[in-house]
Design a protein around this ligand. Structure first.
Ligand code: 3HC
Length: 281
């Protein structure tokens, strides 16, 4: 496999494209229009420039990574891909349309992987003509810094596809963990109830946002407290995943607390909207 396609150059897609290009794969990242593509590529350029500034890489390494990367708005440019990783909006219909457009141009051996954090991978695989050559590659934000990739085996994913996806994750310098196609996989199955519980604790007056964050950060050695992490992940994203988990398992611990719902309805989504549990400049 020499060429990898990435659908979507948002927060996750940009990180995945960067990791792929850094690993030496010829990487083609696709966006819906030129302006969105330019914003995504600028995000990658900025991260790499930050790496050079911090002494994490040389200017030559940055140039080598960028040379492996090209952006496009045309599905035709994905024709040589051995793997296409999809990181677009979390809507089954949008993904189904994107997969059909990929399948119209790629060869029969091309694998498709979704970066979905919460949708059923088996359902997505079933929308394609290659459910055996389809699986999940769930990256974590910020992709260039987070070592984990969950490699999801759908009901129909072949053993060869699963092994190939584990290999690609390793080639990208990540540490893959096989996870089953069950709501939330491993990380979100455990992380989301923890984050929801932190909101319930806040609602019940257990402590302030700052105190609960400080307690979990300093007491457990977590890099971020739950409210900093909620703002980082996005309150809308957390709410969306919680709803899917609740729908799948019908357990109260997955039910979104009232405060989370109200904050999402008010547009208080965390860092991305400038306000969540904290306010951002
Ligand atoms: N290029 C290269 N390296 C860089 C860099 C860049 N542009 N920017 C930062 N780094 C390096 C730093 O030099 C540092 O390296 P060092 O440890 O060797 O010194 C390291 O990356 C950490 O960077 P910083 O010191 O600037 O920042 P922090 O120490 O504050 O760490 C963080 C930032 C990695 C985001 C950390 O806070 C963290 O791990 N937070 C938790 C993130 C998390 O939980 N993510 C998962 C969210 S859940 C998810 O994604 C799933 C989804 O489905 C919801």
């Amino acid at each position: 496999m020499t060429t990898i396609g990435v659908l979507g150059c948002g927060l996750m897609g940009a990180g995945i494209a960067q990791a792929s290009a850094a690993a030496g794969f010829r990487t083609v990242v696709l966006e819906v229009d030129d302006a969105t593509l330019a914003r995504g590529l600028a995000r990658i350029e900025k991260f790499l420039a930050g790496g050079v500034e911090k002494g994490k890489m040389t200017a030559d390494e940055k140039a080598r990574i960028l040379a492996n990367l090209s952006g496009t708005t045309s599905y035709d440019d994905l024709r040589d891909c051995g793997l296409v990783i999809e990181a677009i909006v979390e809507q089954v219909e949008a993904k189904r349309t994107a997969y059909a457009r990929v399948e119209a141009v790629v060869g029969p051996d091309c694998l498709i992987a979704t970066n979905t954090s919460s949708l059923c991978v088996t359902e997505l695989a079933a929308t394609t003509r290659r459910p055996d050559r389809f699986g999940g590659l769930h990256f974590f934000n910020p992709v260039p810094l987070m070592k984990l990739v969950e490699v999801i085996r759908a009901q129909t994913t072949s053993a060869a596809t699963h092994d190939a996806l584990l290999g690609v994750a390793r080639a990208m310098g990540k540490e893959p963990v096989s996870a089953p196609d069950r709501g939330g996989f491993i990380v979100n199955r455990l992380l989301i109830p923890y984050l929801l519980d932190a909101i319930r604790c806040l609602e019940q007056g257990l402590g302030t946002v700052e105190d609960i964050d400080a307690a979990m950060k300093l007491g457990c050695g977590y890099p971020m407290g739950p409210f900093t992490l909620l703002d980082f992940v996005g309150l809308d994203t957390t709410y969306f995943i919680a709803d899917i988990l609740f729908d799948e398992f019908r357990e109260a611990r997955f039910a979104p607390p009232p405060l989370l719902k109200r904050m999402v309805l008010a547009g208080q989504l965390g860092r991305k909207s400038g306000r969540g549990f904290y306010t951002y400049a």
